[in-house]
Ligand binder design. Structure first.
Ligand code: PEP
Length: 249
C-alpha cells in the first residue's frame, strides 16, 4: 500500500509571520495516518523544520542545484536543503520549466543530486492547454517522465506530481476521467520502466487548483495518491481540509 501524501508548495510566499500557519498545522497533526509535506521558501526552511519538530509534518525545498557545491551564485544544493531540515524537494515545477527554462535533463540531474543527498524528489510533469487541445497530453507526460526521472528511482526516493499547467492557480480542474487517464498512464509507465515492485510503490500526486471542496472527489480517482497544493496550502485551515479529505480515504 502506498502511503498517501498531502504536499504544499508555498512558492515565493511567506516571511517569518507565515510560520504561525505551519505551527497551527503541526499542532493539528501530531501523528497523522498520511504524510504531510510543506515546501516553504528557502529562507524559511530551517525555522520551518524547527516549527514542525515532533509533529507529523515534514518540510521540503522547491528546487535544488544539480551539483553539491561550487560557484553558482544564488543557488542551493540538495545537501544544503537536507542540512536545513528538508526531507524532500520539488523539482521541475512548471513555473521553473517556464520561468527558468529548465529542461528534462536538468531536472534529471537535480533529481539525481537530491536522491544522492537522501532527499525525496517530487518531480512535476504536466501539459499546457495547447498540448491538451492538440491531444498530445500523454506524449508530453511520457517524454517528461523518460527525460527527467533518474534510473536510481525507487518508491522511497521518487514522487511524481501530475500538474496540468492550465489548472495551476486558475481554479480550472480536469474532469475526474481526465485525471484518472493520466494517472493510470503514469503508473503503467513507471511499471514498464522500473518493474511492478518499484512501479507500484511510487506515489503519484495530482496538482492544480486542489481545494477542500474538490479534494475528496479527486482523491477517489484511481492511482491518485495525494495532492501537490499551491494556493490552498498557505493557510492551515484550507490545507487541513485537504489533509482531512485524504485521511478519510
Ligand atoms: C502548484 O503550483 O503546484 C499548484 C498546484 O498550485 P495551485 O494549487 O494553486 O493550483
Amino acid at each position: 500500500m502506498r502511503r498517501k501524501l498531502a504536499a504544499g508548495n508555498w512558492k515565493m510566499n511567506g516571511t517569518g509571520a507565515a510560520l504561525a500557519e505551519l505551527e497551527a498545522l503541526a499542532a493539528r497533526y501530531p501523528t497523522p495516518e498520511v504524510d504531510i509535506l510543506i515546501c516553504p521558501p528557502a529562507t524559511l526552511l530551517e525555522r520551518a523544520a524547527t516549527t514542525v519538530e515532533s509533529s507529523g509534518v515534514a518540510v521540503g525545498g522547491q528546487d535544488c542545484h544539480a551539483e553539491s557545491a561550487g560557484a553558482h551564485t544564488g543557488d542551493i544544493s540538495a545537501e544544503m536543503l537536507r542540512d536545513a531540515g528538508a526531507s524532500a524537494v520539488i523539482l521541475g515545477h512548471s513555473e521553473r520549466r517556464v520561468d527558468h527554462g529548465e529542461q528534462n535533463e536538468d531536472i534529471r540531474a537535480k533529481a539525481r543530486a537530491a536522491m544522492d543527498a537522501g532527499l525525496q524528489a517530487v518531480i512535476c510533469v504536466g501539459e499546457s492547454l495547447e498540448q491538451r487541445e492538440a491531444a498530445n497530453t500523454l506524449d508530453i507526460i511520457g517524454g517528461q517522465m523518460s527525460g527527467s526521472i533518474p534510473d536510481q528511482s525507487t518508491g522511497e526516493n521518487l514522487i511524481i506530481a501530475y500538474e496540468p499547467i492550465w489548472a495551476i492557480g486558475t481554479g480550472k480542474v480536469p474532469t475526474l476521467d481526465e485525471i484518472g487517464a493520466v494517472h493510470d498512464f503514469i503508473r503503467a509507465r513507471l511499471e514498464r520502466r522500473f518493474g511492478e515492485g518499484v512501479g507500484r510503490s511510487v506515489r503519484v500526486l495530482y496538482g492544480g487548483s486542489v481545494k477542500p471542496s474538490n479534494a475528496a472527489e479527486i482523491f477517489g480517482v484511481s492511482n491518485v495518491d495525494g495532492a501537490l497544493v499551491g494556493g490552498a496550502s498557505l493557510k492551515a485551515d484550507d490545507f487541513s481540509g485537504i489533509v482531512d479529505a485524504l485521511r478519510a480515504m
